[in-house]
Design a protein around this ligand. Sequence first.
Ligand SMILES: Nc1ncnc2c1ncn2[C@@H]1O[C@H](COP(=O)(O)OP(=O)(O)OP(=O)(O)O)[C@@H](O)[C@H]1O
Ligand SMILES: O=P(O)(O)OC[C@H]1O[C@H](OP(=O)(O)OP(=O)(O)O)[C@H](O)[C@@H]1O
Ligand SMILES: [Mg+2]
Length: 304
Amino acid sequence: MSPTAVPAARDRLRIAIQKSGRLSDPARALLASCGLSWRESRDKLFCYGETAPVDLLLVRDDDIPGLLADGVCDYGIVGRNVLEEQAAERAAAGKPQVSKEILPLGFGGCRLDIAVPDAWEWEGPQQLQGKRIATSYPGLLGKWLAGQGVDAGIVTLSGSVEIAPRLGQADLICDLVSSGATLAANQLKPVQTIMRSEAVLAGPVQPFADIRGELAQLLLRRLDGVLRLKDSRLLMFQARRSEVPALLELLPDAEQPTLLQVDGADTLAMQALCHGAMTWQRLEDLKRAGARGLMVLPVERMLA
Ligand SMILES: Nc1ncnc2c1ncn2[C@@H]1O[C@H](COP(=O)(O)OP(=O)(O)OP(=O)(O)O)[C@@H](O)[C@H]1O
Ligand SMILES: O=P(O)(O)OC[C@H]1O[C@H](OP(=O)(O)OP(=O)(O)O)[C@H](O)[C@@H]1O
Ligand SMILES: [Mg+2]
């Protein structure tokens, strides 16, 4: 599609997700928890939305920003690293940005790190001057190097970046790191993070002018509800009125606690939506502060 072409109006929303890889299952599970379900095409590349007019396109993650830019799909679930890399490449080519990060989704967490051979003593970014750096993220690395005022050679590789220093293709690398195991197995160590990444919902910079605007609102509202409840629990207990202030101090993450009088004036029942982890330690602290009959319940859905 030419850069000036306007994508045809559609009456269904189309979301691109990774076909197979780290983000495919969690992306699908997240959308399913928003009440969406699909019928799959025989080639398993397109899923037709059944419960709502929201279809899925199953593709390679690197293709998602381009599909968004071309208007082939309306939203995409992709790593911030991929989205930002293609944005950096578009910017370097003088192309306008047509899509952006709408919402971080809380899975697929990793970092884009500079990693050097174990034997190096790291003194800071200036040490990279004149070095060759292997990466699959030339746009992000180039932008970061320019910001540091460092002139280094970028060796672009599509995979197996960690092996490049041993093969003599580069002096060091810039790649995704999660546990650090791949770096360690290749006698490399991370020395500098240039980006923190996770899966994000990417979407258009401009709002939709057709029915997709309403579908987009519905999707975003439901995603917001699901993500807000991800680590949330409903906490219920009873306590004496005099103990309530101390108990509330132990619950800084409680949203609008509700207090009900249960017998006479002294005993109160309390319920609150808590957004932090409800560990055994926390429950024991609450018990010590006077909470009785503590119950922690999962919260399935919330509509603010
Ligand atoms: N080790 C990791 N830990 C956590 N998340 C990661 C890790 N490596 C990559 N990711 C995130 O998951 C995304 C997808 O990674 P994956 O390895 O499945 O991609 P891929 O091999 O490029 O897949 P595709 O075949 O779709 O091109 C990455 O872009 C990144 O955002
Ligand atoms: O810090 P770690 O937990 O070891 O993870 C980092 C590795 O994970 C990714 O590769 P992946 O395993 O997806 O293989 P790939 O190179 O084929 O994409 C990434 O490119 C690193 O190589
Ligand atoms: Mg890929």
